[in-house]
Design a protein around this ligand. Sequence first.
Ligand code: SF4
Ligand code: SF4
Length: 507
Amino acid sequence: MNPLSRLFSSFRPRGGVHPDGRKDLSAEPPIRILPMPEFLYVPLQQHVGAPARLSVVVGDQVLKGQLIGASGGNISAPVHAPTSGRITAIGDFPSPHPSGLPSATITIEPDGADRWIEVSLPDDPFSLSPEEISARVGAAGIVGLGGATFPSAVKLNLSRKSGISTLIINGGECEPYLTCDDRLMRERADGIVEGIRLIAYAAGAKEMLVGIEDNKPEAIAAMRKAAQGTEVQIKVVPAMYPMGWDKQMIQVLTGKEVPAEGRSAEIGVLVHNVATAWAVREAIRFGRPLVSRVVTVSGAAVTAPGNLEVPIGALAADLIKACGGLSSDPARLVLGGPMMGAQMPHLNVPMVKGSSGLLALTGKEIGLPTPAPCIRCSSCVRACPAGLLPLEMAAHIRAADLASAVGLGLKDCIGCGSCSYVCPAHIPLVHFFNYAKGELAALEKAKLRNEATKKLADTRQERMQRIVREREEAAKLRAAKKAAADAAKKAAAEAAKAAAEKTEVAA
Ligand code: SF4
Ligand code: SF4
């Protein structure tokens, strides 16, 4: 462990691995702005939750930052035009997903003016109430930019309600190759620190900790300088994978463990990423919705790797072109990092809010050896940051015994791939877990569907029984009324007859 880490990080991390970082490929050149592409393709679904609802039609002229898709529900986020221009198409376009399947997308032809919407700004962002800041963060379409893409305003509101005490800003960036957060901290530290203070104010957090891995000395120095005179504390943590996992960062900085299947708010902690803090500051101080982000473009197949600030909706091909094109045929295209990122079928997919990296990797970089039988060395157990038994879980999954795998903590697996990475037998353990989690999700969905169907059937049966009951009661009532009417009629007739007889006798 680096001596700096020994000095500043509080608790030893559990598990973890040290893959070749390859960060040197892209870490040194400053962030460049991507030249505006010919077209931008903005998907309506870029976040966890309901997709945004379309709020433009083909032919509309839009300004940069104008709403083009409204929030689709309680857990959702709006999307905005990344530049000024014309809406030329609305429809399916390949999504940045391993399947490459199409999703609803708005196509914009930039007009070259890049003209922003006009907004009214507060003189002092801290004069706004915490609720107003959350509302503005929500309206700006900000989501977790570390890759989770959970709507940030929802997290802020939940944190206020849960009474959190500590805000942790995750500057770990432990995935190999990625350097976008590193560059952001080196170049925009003042803005990030203001964003951190705004998030803490909106969430009601008193303590503000920023965790940065010890392999980013320039970022640490820049953030320390920017944090001077504020209550933001910069903490150095050891460089290892998956230090960027929220639960790992919380444990290292506070010594607290998030309960299995629980949320960090349950132990009074809120976690956001450094890029999210930057986006919050842009939204609150300048009224700018989230329409661009910094993306690392790297891999040995890229001619000139680096970091680009790209408008949402730019194609992966536009980014590769801006980095000098491909120097060789990539064996694999990845969106995100090599450990947890998604493999891309081609470069015709747009960058979205959660796109932290675009990698074009050569065959040498990914070398895929043939798996051998498990030698029970327990390297995977030592590497697992979640304290699981990967070899046992994989054995149960192989035997189609999902229940036992769940019993061993399958649902706590974060899919970080550390176990696969260290396995000397090259067993693709994480693929077993991802497959099993998919199966579990399908089973749970089917169970919910069956329950819903049974509930519908029960409700229908109850309704039918009620109708029959009501009909029988109505028939009984009718019969009773008729009997009463007949009796009354008979009584009246008898009374009339008796009266007539009485009259005759009197006469
Ligand atoms: S690391 Fe691989 S070989 Fe070693 S125990 Fe785990 S699964 Fe088996
Ligand atoms: S993929 Fe899952 S089981 Fe493997 S190391 Fe990561 S958390 Fe542990």
